[in-house]
Design a protein around this ligand. Structure first.
Ligand code: NAD
Ligand code: ZN
Length: 355
């Protein structure tokens, strides 16, 4: 087992996390334990969870997917907590991907002014990224994560075998955050990532620890996103807009798929308006297209994408805020770019040939 220690909590990673988990529960003597799952993690992960630990817990199950990361589902969670007579000495275990972790953490932190929660991430995306850093929340008025707060879990337990039941498209979506980690902070890591040929759980498990170390470094330096933490937003200004837009169509994109598009566009901005080399833009573009193909942007969507970017939480003084790359492994926060430039980057993406 590997242990990553942050200021307020620890992350346990490995197949042998269960003794440590049992020990933590024994020490804390919670009055009630609730486990939040969605329909998929209830089916695929809960049996594996139960095979490893014997717990007397109430299960709260919600529908799966980003469209349910909203206030209505949160109300259903709070309602279930009330019905199970959850008090302030209770614990919520979030067993699922980033949606369960973000929304479960949000519901736990607001219920009776806050009860303890533990993150048990089951997707690659949540194991390498979302479960760490204390950002919790839900989507509102079609704006992603627009209601929420910062609060830390008691611990994070990462059990890689959960990935065995994860559909390929979800696995690939999580890989986008790994790509991002290399691009923003670590050129050597990017070199290892960009050698990846096959995306399967066994091969991808080796990226969990290095990605978590990058995330830990960033969130500890800047827990409330005043500066450095914005590096994690590379690809996300355009990516979030593409994701929100696609969510309303009949061809929604997964988070990482939208971020992959965002990273190509923002790499182009980094080349066109900053100092990223054309050769680096090309290797980023080629690798991402090889892994993700080239989902089309909807014709006529550019104005709406810009409108969505104007809503981005990172913006200041009405300027759309970007994290751009100086070079691979070296990101710079708080860059701005005019609308024509952004449209240009979307045009660059549109003009690419799928690999
Ligand atoms: N808090 C943060 O810092 C942070 C960082 C990045 C992303 N996020 C958020 O995370 C969310 C995306 O996370 P996600 O991709 O994990 O989405 P998700 O939670 O929707 O999970 C993806 C799908 O996989 C299913 N699933 C989960 N684990 C499974 C397993 N082991 N086997 C089979 N099916 C499984 C889920 O039911 C769901 O259908 C977004 O809402 C994003 O905003 C948060
Ligand atoms: Zn992301």
């Amino acid at each position: 087992m590997n242990i990553i220690t942050l200021k307020d909590y620890r992350i346990f990673v490995g197949e042998d996390i269960w003794t440590e988990f049992a020990y933590l529960l024994e020490q804390r003597k919670y009055s009630r334990i609730l486990i939040l799952v969605d329909e998929n993690t209830g089916r695929d992960c809960l049996p594996l969870f139960r095979a490893n630990i014997n717990l007397n817990a109430h299960i709260i199950e919600i529908p799966a997917g980003e469209p349910h990361k909203n206030i209505k589902t949160s109300q259903a969670i709070w309602q279930a907590m009330m019905e199970h007579e959850t008090d302030r000495r209770s614990l919520l275990i979030n067993l699922g991907g980033g949606v369960i972790g973000d929304m479960g953490g949000f519901c736990a932190s607001t219920f009776k002014r806050g009860i303890d929660f533990i993150q048990f991430p089951t997707t690659l995306l949540s194991q390498v990224d979302a479960s760490v850093g204390g950002k919790l929340g839900i989507d509102f008025n079609h704006i992603k994560n627009s209601i929420g707060l910062f609060a830390n879990p008691q611990a994070v337990f990462i059990y890689p075998p959960f990935l065995d039941s994860l559909p390929y498209r979800e696995l690939r979506s999580g890989f986008a955050e790994i790509i991002k980690h290399g691009l923003i902070l670590d050129e050597k890591y990017w070199s290892a990532i960009s050698q990846a040929e096959e995306l399967n759980p066994q091969d991808l498990t080796r990226f969990i620890l290095p990605s978590l170390s990058i995330k830990k470094h960033v969130v500890e330096e800047d827990p409330y996103e005043k500066g450095l933490r914005k590096v994690l937003n590379f690809g996300h200004t355009i990516g979030h807009a593409v994701e929100s837009y696609a969510l309303e169509t009949d061809t929604p994109l997964l988070h990482g798929e939208a971020i992959a598009i965002g990273m190509i566009c923002e790499a182009w901005l980094s080349y066109k308006f900053f100092v990223l080399k054309q050769s680096e833009l090309k290797s980023i573009t080629d690798f991402i297209l090889k892994i993700y193909g080239k989902p089309a942007l909807h014709p006529g969507s550019f104005d709406q994408l810009i409108a969505l970017m104007r809503q981005d939480k990172k913006n200041e003084h009405e300027q759309i805020n970007f994290t751009l790359l100086k070079s691979i492994g070296n990101a710079v926060v708080n860059q701005t770019c005019g609308v024509d430039g952004i449209i240009g980057s979307l045009g660059y993406y549109e003009g690419l040939q799928a690999k």
